[in-house]
Design a protein around this ligand. Structure first.
Ligand SMILES: [Ca+2]
Ligand SMILES: [Ca+2]
Ligand SMILES: [Ca+2]
Ligand SMILES: [Ca+2]
Length: 655
C-alpha cells in the first residue's frame, strides 16, 4: 500500500503522549458517553427502580442512572430489573436519536439475506468425522481462522481438521487447509506450498505476530499441545513450536490467544486445555452415568473425566516463550475444562484482562494488574455462572459494545438445556446476565451453540448477534422429536434498546439449513464493506455466508499497526463517532469457538457518510485522534503517523 499523500476529508490527526494514563483516558471517554446517554431520559423515574438487597451494589459513578450488578451465587431476579432500568434509558436515547427498529420481516427492516456462497468460492474442504462420535475428542473440533498471511489486504482462510479415533489408531492423518483469497470471489488451496496442512490433530487456530516482523503468525491448538507456525513472509510457514519452547505443551489444547498482557510490545500466549484424554485408554461409549443422555448411551465427558490445567506463556522477545502459568495466577491448578479464552480490558482500567470459559464449570475472569499478575474475579463479576447460579457449558465467546456504552459485553454459547448468555458489562468489573430481558434466552434454548459473533451484517452501526449450532450426540436423532444432531444457525437483530429480535427465519434459507457447526469467523472477505461469516462444520464442508440485499448503509474499516512492537496492535481499541452513533471496536486474537475473526476493525455507519472522529487507544496507552474520515474506505493507521494509506472497496483500488 502506498503512503498516504493527501485526503481532502482528513483534516487533523492528533497524537497524544499519555504513557501511564490510560485509565484517565478511559474515564474521560466514558464520561462523554455517559453524558450522551443521560440526555433525554428522566433521571428521577429511573432512580425509583428498586435495586436494593445484599446481592446488589449500587453503581452510579459513571452517570448511567442506576445499574445493578448481580452476585450470581445468590439467586435474585432483580438483575433483570437492573437490566430494565438501563434498557429504558437507552430506549429513550434510541428513540430520540434514531428511529427504533420495529417488527416485521428482515426485508421490511432492510436487513440483508445471508446467502450460502461456498460453492462459488471454489473452496473444497471437508472436516472429517466419525458417524457415531463415540468419543468426546471426535466431537469438539472444527475451528476456522481468517489470516491475511500474504498481507495483500485480503483475508485468507485456514480450516482445521481432525481424524477420528479409529483413523488415529491406524496412523491416518487429517489435512487442515489454507485457502488464498484471489480477490475475485474465489480462493485457492495453498496448504501444501504454505506447509500448514498437517500440524497435528487440529482443534482451532488463532493469529498473532509473536516475532514482531509484521507477518501474522498462526497458532494451531491440538489434541496434544500446540503448533506455532512462523510466517516466513514468502507464502510459507515454518513450524517453530520446539524452538519457541512450546513443545512441552502436550495436553488437549482448545482456545489459544495472543495478547501482550505486560505491555512490553511483544504478544504473549495463553492456551486453554480441556480434558485429560488418552487414545490408549479411551472411556467406553455409554459405560457410566456420565456417558448417558436422556437415557441412551453416548460418548463420555467432559463430566466424569479429569480436566487439564491452562498455560500462560510470556514472550521473551527472542522467538521463545517462558511458561509463567503458576506465577501469573492463570494456571488453573484445579484443572477445569477450558474451552475458549479472550483478552480484553473488560473493566476499562487500562490493563489487559483474560476471560477463560470452562465447560460445565465456572468461568474465569482474570483481572490483570498490567505487570503479569492476575486475580480471578469470575464469581464477583457475574460471568462465572448463569443468572440463576448454574454452571453452564461455556463453548464460544463473542465480545462487543452492543449498547454503545463504551464497554465490552460478552455473549457465551451453551448446551441444549441451557440458554446462550448475554452478559452486559456494567462497568466496575461487573456484568449482568441480560439473556432473558434481551430476548436471547428463549430463542437459544434447545440448541447446542458454538461459534458466535457480535456482527453488524447490515452496517447500521448496531451489532447484531450470530450463533452457529450443532449437537454433540448423533444419537439424539433416535430419541427426540425436538432436539436434532443437525441444527440451524441463529441471527438476532439489535433493537438498540438492550433487546434483540430473532430474525433467523427471515434472513434467507441458508442459515436454516441444519448442520453440525463449530467454528465461526467473521470478516470482510471481498473488501466490499460487508462482513461475511465463515462457518466450519464438524461434519462435511464449511458454509460461507454473504449478506445480500438490504439497506445500502455506509461503513468504515481500520487496519492498525502499532509502532512500539505488538505489530498487529492486538487489543488496540477504536472509538468511532459519526453523527448520533458512537461505537467501540477492538483488535482481538482468537475467540468465537476455536476461531479467529478478521483483525481489521469494521464499523457500520448507517446513513453517515463521514466519521466525525475516530479515537484510537493504542496498546501502549497512547491515544490518537483522527477527524473527518470519509466513509466506505479501508484505512491503514500506523501509530503516531495517522492514516498511512486507504483502499476503496473492490479489487485493485489502492490509493
Ligand atoms: Ca491475503
Ligand atoms: Ca510474525
Ligand atoms: Ca508481552
Ligand atoms: Ca483490566
Amino acid at each position: 500500500m502506498k503512503s498516504w499523500n493527501g485526503n481532502k476529508n482528513l483534516k487533523t490527526s492528533k497524537y497524544t503522549e499519555v504513557n501511564g494514563k490510560r485509565h484517565a483516558i478511559y474515564e474521560e471517554l466514558h464520561r462523554e458517553l455517559s453524558e450522551m446517554w443521560s440526555e433525554g431520559h428522566d433521571e428521577k423515574q429511573l432512580q425509583t427502580t428498586k435495586c436494593s438487597g445484599n446481592a446488589m451494589k449500587r453503581n452510579n459513578r459513571a452517570g448511567l442512572a442506576i445499574r445493578c450488578v448481580a452476585v450470581p451465587a445468590i439467586h435474585l431476579s432483580l438483575t433483570w430489573v437492573g437490566c430494565m432500568s438501563l434498557a429504558l434509558a437507552q430506549q429513550a436515547v434510541a428513540q430520540q436519536s434514531t428511529t427504533a427498529r420495529g417488527v416485521g420481516s428482515a426485508a421490511d427492516l432492510g436487513y440483508p439475506r445471508l446467502v450460502d456462497i461456498t460453492t462459488a468460492t471454489g473452496i473444497r474442504f471437508e472436516h472429517l468425522s466419525s458417524p457415531e462420535q463415540k468419543f468426546i475428542v471426535e466431537s469438539m473440533g472444527g475451528g476456522v481462522a481468517l489470516i491475511d498471511y500474504d498481507r495483500d489486504g485480503w483475508p485468507d482462510i485456514y480450516f482445521t481438521n481432525a481424524p477420528s479415533v479409529e483413523m488415529a489408531l491406524h496412523g491416518t492423518k487429517a489435512k487442515s487447509a489454507l485457502f488464498h483469497n484471489n480477490h475475485d470471489g474465489t480462493f485457492t488451496d495453498v496448504s501444501d506450498k504454505a506447509g500448514v496442512g498437517y500440524p497435528c490433530w487440529a482443534m482451532g487456530a488463532s493469529v498473532g505476530d509473536y516475532n514482531n516482523d509484521g507477518w501474522p503468525d498462526l497458532l494451531v491448538t491440538c489434541f496434544g499441545g500446540v503448533v506455532l507456525y512462523r510466517n516466513n513472509g514468502d507464502g510459507t510457514f515454518t513450524d517453530t513450536t520446539k524452538g519457541a519452547g512450546l513443545s512441552s505443551d502436550s495436553l488437549w489444547a482448545t482456545g489459544a490467544v495472543f495478547g501482550d498482557y505486560d505491555g512490553d510490545g511483544w504478544a504473549d500466549l495463553f492456551v486453554a486445555h480441556y480434558v485429560d484424554f488418552h487414545l490408549d485408554n479411551v472411556p467406553a461409549f455409554g459405560s457410566s452415568a456420565t456417558c448417558k443422555y436422556m437415557g441412551i448411551d453416548v460418548q463420555c465427558g467432559p463430566r466424569g473425566l479429569k480436566g487439564s490445567s491452562d498455560n500462560l506463556y510470556h514472550n521473551n522477545r527472542d522467538g521463545t516463550f517462558t511458561d509463567v502459568s503458576t506465577k501469573s495466577g492463570v494456571g488453573d491448578v484445579e484443572g477445569r475444562f477450558g474451552l475458549t479464552a479472550i483478552w480484553s480490558d473488560f473493566d476499562n482500567d487500562g490493563k489487559l484482562d483474560l476471560l477463560v470459559t470452562n465447560d460445565s464449570q465456572p468461568n474465569y475472569l482474570y483481572q490483570g494488574d498490567g505487570k503479569g499478575g492476575f486475580k480471578d474475579i469470575g464469581i464477583s463479576s457475574g460471568v462465572a455462572l448463569s443468572d440463576d447460579g448454574a454452571e453452564q457449558a461455556n463453548m464460544g465467546v463473542a465480545i462487543g459494545d452492543y449498547l454503545h456504552t463504551g464497554r465490552m459485553s460478552l455473549f457465551i454459547s451453551h448446551f441444549d438445556n441451557e440458554y446462550a448468555t448475554l452478559y452486559r458489562n456494567d462497568g466496575e468489573a461487573g456484568f449482568a446476565d441480560c439473556s432473558e430481558v434481551s430476548g436471547i434466552a428463549k430463542a437459544t434454548r434447545g440448541y447446542v451453540g458454538w461459534g458466535d459473533a457480535f456482527v453488524d451484517f447490515d452496517n447500521d452501526g448496531w451489532q447484531d448477534l450470530f450463533l452457529v449450532n450443532g449437537h454433540v450426540y448423533p444419537q439424539v436423532d433416535s430419541i427426540h422429536k425436538e432436539i436434532k444432531y443437525l441444527e440451524p444457525k441463529l441471527l438476532f437483530l439489535n433493537q438498540r434498546n438492550g433487546k434483540f429480535k430473532n430474525i433467523s427465519k427471515q434472513a434467507g434459507g441458508a442459515i436454516q439449513t441444519p448442520q453440525v457447526s463449530r467454528g465461526l469467523a467473521v470478516g470482510d472477505l471481498f473488501n466490499d464493506g460487508r462482513l461475511e461469516a465463515v462457518v466450519e462444520n464438524l461434519v462435511g464442508g464449511p458454509m460461507i455466508l454473504r449478506p445480500e440485499g438490504g439497506a445500502a448503509n455506509h461503513w468504515i474499516s481500520f487496519q492498525l499497526e502499532d509502532a512500539g512492537g505488538n505489530h498487529l496492535a492486538l487489543n488496540a481499541r477504536v472509538r468511532v463517532e459519526a453523527g448520533d452513533l458512537t461505537q467501540l471496536g477492538e483488535v482481538i486474537s482468537g475467540g468465537s469457538y476455536l476461531s479467529q475473526n478478521d483483525l481489521r476493525v469494521h464499523f457500520g455507519l448507517g446513513n453517515h457518510q463521514l466519521v466525525d472522529r475516530a479515537t484510537i487507544l493504542w496498546p501502549d496507552g497512547k491515544v490518537e485522534t483522527l477527524t473527518h474520515l470519509a466513509a466506505d474506505r479501508f484505512y491503514s493507521i500506523r501509530e503516531g503517523a495517522g492514516v498511512i494509506g486507504f483502499r476503496l472497496p473492490g479489487a485493485g483500488k489502492v490509493k
